[in-house]
Design a binder for this molecule. Structure first.
Ligand SMILES: Cc1ncc(COP(=O)(O)O)c(C=O)c1O
Length: 379
């Protein structure tokens, strides 16, 4: 028997399968056209099912932030990049235990990390490939000068279980509209040239220069020297992505399906999606709320409690009634995905499939394999 959106219990994340396919195809075509390699970040979907589609469409590997992501994705991919500093014994132990057939690269910004990384690799009877992360404007992590990058790359050479792979940067500071990114991209190009020249001068040319985010994804080919890109959000897109023009509103593939649960306070409509479904991610400008209706983008979620979202209907003639369903485009889709166990795949109003958000959480992926549905460990 088929199921329709109207029969689903809300709030629930719903993915339009046609839009998802288009988003995957568009990025695959873009990188092919420009001779770039695609290593998508899985933090957006956290699902082996979508990762497998990305790989089928030509992605050379996957990018992960957490060890849970890496463990889950190692089922479908044998070339993983941990774009997260490998600091702490527990993290290193899990890295070393990733399946031996998986090639593991890791981004880091401090030579102090190398000793422990090398020990972990040797204990795990494997090697790790190191990319030096450079801070090219985001000011989150990354070395600040090419001298420091050279020092780390040279240090890597001294460890038997480590190899030097190249350079990595994350242009998360580029948040302007796609059409206005020219100056920031030129600056990135100049900075990357400086790093490349310095590394090449000591005989360590960076074979990989890994960059990219979704807002800057469509102009990465304009930066000379970039070899691979790591967008994540592009699979589903969200209000932030649409706002900078990195996708159209119709490319937003994931919405939170919610039900109107109260209209009794004058001038407002309340739905059953609050912070525990939408997160509390602001947009850069004040007063734009925490999500907007797919079919009426002028209606925004203006206030939230944990399980309540207040729709601001003052700029719209749309008047949803008690019990009606609405589809909310979140401000930041990656947070929403992480809040749910399962995603519903729909075509039109028909529910076609569902899949688990298998890599959510932090626990080792094998930890819960023996735990039954009631949380009782099986013998
Ligand atoms: C290191 C790194 N690479 C790639 C990405 C993907 O960028 P986006 O979310 O804009 O697609 C992120 C996002 O947080 C990141 O932190």
């Amino acid at each position: 028997m088929s199921t329709y959106l109207e029969q689903l219990e809300t709030p629930v994340p719903v993915v339009d399968l046609d839009r998802l396919s288009l988003n995957l195809d568009r990025m695959a075509a873009y990188v092919t056209l420009h001779g770039l390699r695609l290593r998508p970040h899985v933090k957006t979907h956290k699902s082996p099912r979508i990762a497998a589609d990305q790989l089928r469409l030509g992605a050379v590997g996957l990018t992960c932030a957490t060890l849970r992501e890496a463990e889950v994705m190692s089922d479908v991919c044998d070339d993983l990049l941990l774009a997260y500093p490998p600091i702490g014994a527990a993290r290193l132990e899990r890295m070393a235990k990733l399946p031996p057939e998986v090639r593991v690269s890791v981004a880091l910004d401090d030579a102090l990390a190398l000793d422990a990384l090398n020990v972990a690799a040797r204990l795990g009877h494997r090697t790790f490939n190191v990319l030096v992360e450079a801070d090219l404007g985001m000011h989150r992590v990354g070395v600040a000068t090419s001298d420091k990058a050279v020092a780390i790359a040279q240090q890597v050479q001294r460890y038997s279980a480590l190899t030097f792979g190249g350079l990595l940067f994350y242009p998360g500071h580029i948040r302007e509209a796609v059409a206005d990114q020219g100056a920031a991209l030129s600056q990135l190009g100049a900075d990357i040239a400086g790093y490349r020249n310095a590394l090449t001068a000591v005989g360590l040319p960076p074979h990989v220069v890994s960059g990219g985010s979704t807002p800057a994804a469509w102009r990465m080919h304009e930066i000379p020297g970039v070899t691979e890109v790591r967008p994540g959000t592009y699979v589903y897109n969200d209000r932030t992505t649409a706002r900078v023009g990195a996708c159209d509103w119709d490319d937003c593939a994931l919405t939170v399906l919610a039900t109107v649960i109260s209209t009794s306070v004058k001038g407002q409509v309340v739905v059953d999606a609050g912070t525990k479904s939408l997160g509390r991610e602001p947009l850069p400008a004040d007063g734009e709320g925490y999500g907007a209706l797919l079919d009426h983008p002028e209606v925004v979620v203006s206030r939230m409690s944990e399980e309540h979202g207040v729709l601001d209907i003052s700029r719209s003639t749309f008047r949803p009634r008690l019990g009606d369903q609405v589809r909310i485009v979140p401000n930041h889709v990656c947070i929403v995905v992480h809040l749910f166990d399962e995603i519903i795949g729909v075509r039109g109003h028909a529910v076609e499939t569902r899949w688990p958000v298998a890599a959510r959480g932090r626990a080792p992926s094998h930890d819960f394999a023996d735990i039954g549905p009631r949380g009782v460990r099986r013998r």
